[in-house]
Design a binder for this molecule. Sequence first.
Ligand code: SF4
Ligand code: SF4
Length: 349
Amino acid sequence: MSKRISVVISQSPSKNPAKRKLEEDIVLGLMLEPGIDVTVVPNLYDIKTDSTGMLALKGVGGNMIVAAWLYERAAHWILDRNGIHGHVGQVLLTSESDEDEDEDEASAGEDEKSRVIDTREIPNRKIYALDLRSSNKAQSFIDEIKRIQGENAVQVVGLGDIVGGLSFSSSQPASLSSETVIANGETGDSVLNRIEETGGRRWYPVIDYSRCTNCMECIDFCLFGVYGVDRIDTILVEQPDNCRKGCPACSRVCPENAIMFPQHKTPAIAGSSESAASMKIDLSQLFGAPAEGKTASEIASIERDEQLIMVGRDAVGQGAGIAKRQQDRESAPSDDLDDLVDELNDLDI
Ligand code: SF4
Ligand code: SF4
């Protein structure tokens, strides 16, 4: 029995030096620990299902820890949409408060709606998602990874074996390359695999199937052919790259808040489980909100019309794909307000 565990470091798309340093410090620290297989990949959200990076991650057979510049929920469901499934592993190093999780669990217990996740078989493994914005200290992440490794005493297949068995054939796009580095330090057996890919930034919706009820409102609303259904009529993001960059419109009309745009500035749209009401300081008392007075569906219609006009089509307003019950939904906190919150967070005060 081994306590090996696979850790995936998803790099920031921004190449910000402070972020790169944190990523590299975590990798270096993990190389000094026994039994850890580290894979460094470009930003998980940007890499495609058939890319070298995703193929390597699909080959990981046991529990997996993913550290990304993404909310935990977003990282989990990005992996899921790429065929990497598992139960949510509990992470103690989190940017979101226990209080909010307790509230979520309490309300989930009262909710009797059927969710897509209820119809699925999930493999007996855990995926732990760490948000790299939770701390600026590499040691905090290393400690949490060691804690998770300690609670998982099951044997997993080493990523080194998997990568060795992967076929990096000439059918891959020419832009992909990979490099495997085996670290034989004093502790002996840690494996580092770096996968580099060039492909650019992407923008598409990610569905949280633990919330989604398969109501199909998103497929009705989107006029760009992004959504589709699988062979048992479950909603899916079929043509992600048809989505219009920067537009989060359908996330505002989903009645379950199941649609995320992980790179959006607004935490509630990017996958935070914290609600606006849980913010410690009500900044809306201090700053004006341009979307004030508009419902979520009105904002979504405006955003969709902007995109339709950009591609030379006619605006449709609220006349298409918005169920009556959606028209009165309150809007999420304004994006400008959340930009401001992000800026305050960046100041580290
Ligand atoms: S609108 Fe939301 S809940 Fe309904 S099918 Fe789409 S993602 Fe699922
Ligand atoms: S953001 Fe707009 S284009 Fe993208 S999936 Fe949603 S409705 Fe369709």
